[in-house]
Design a protein around this ligand. Structure first.
Ligand SMILES: Nc1ncnc2c1ncn2[C@@H]1O[C@H](COP(=O)(O)OP(=O)(O)OP(=O)(O)O)[C@@H](O)[C@H]1O
Ligand SMILES: [Mg+2]
Length: 138
């Protein structure tokens, strides 16, 4: 695990890492000032993307960092793997689409829980999914 002041990389290569990912994200998001509901949303989204890495790519990494977009502070999580890639991203984002016998709700659910979601994938090369959530100021 590589740690910095406001960035960290967690390798995802066994089911045990799901616990590390959840713990790291919960701590970071809480420390950044997210409320319990948002922390749960972020942890849930991270769990779905971590689970997809286990299922479809076997291994990968998650990097979290703080980000600043248009004056809004947020948390950015990047999930990267070198698995089979996603042939059709639009199709994969549709609720109910699955190649793994699941519910096909992980990716659309993640998009709903977060403020931003970007998927880059090349068949045969792997997948990079970036998600962000911003702190709201009252
Ligand atoms: N990291 C990945 N690498 C390759 N394919 C992926 C990856 N993540 C998702 N996919 C593809 O996108 C599909 C949809 O993913 P999604 O998480 O929405 O549903 P699921 O994993 O099939 O089921 P659920 O998450 O509801 O249990 C997957 O079935 C798989 O084909
Ligand atoms: Mg899934």
């Amino acid at each position: 695990m590589m740690t910095g002041r406001d960035a960290c990389e967690v390798s995802i290569d066994s089911e045990n890492e799901m616990i590390s990912v959840r713990k790291v994200i919960r701590n970071v998001a809480t420390e950044m000032g997210f409320g319990v509901t948002d922390v749960t949303r972020i942890v849930t989204a991270a769990s779905e993307l971590t689970r997809n890495i286990f299922l479809y790519a076997s291994s990968g990494t998650m990097i979290w960092r703080t980000c600043e977009v248009n004056g809004n502070t947020g948390i950015e999580l990047i999930f990267e793997d070198h698995g089979p890639g996603i042939a059709d991203i639009e199709e994969a984002m549709q609720a109910g689409f699955t190649t793994g016998g699941g519910l096909g709700l992980g990716l659309p659910g993640t998009k709903r829980l977060m403020d931003d979601m970007e998927i880059k994938s090349q068949k045969g090369e792997g997948t990079v999914i970036t998600i962000r959530k911003y702190l709201r100021r009252c």
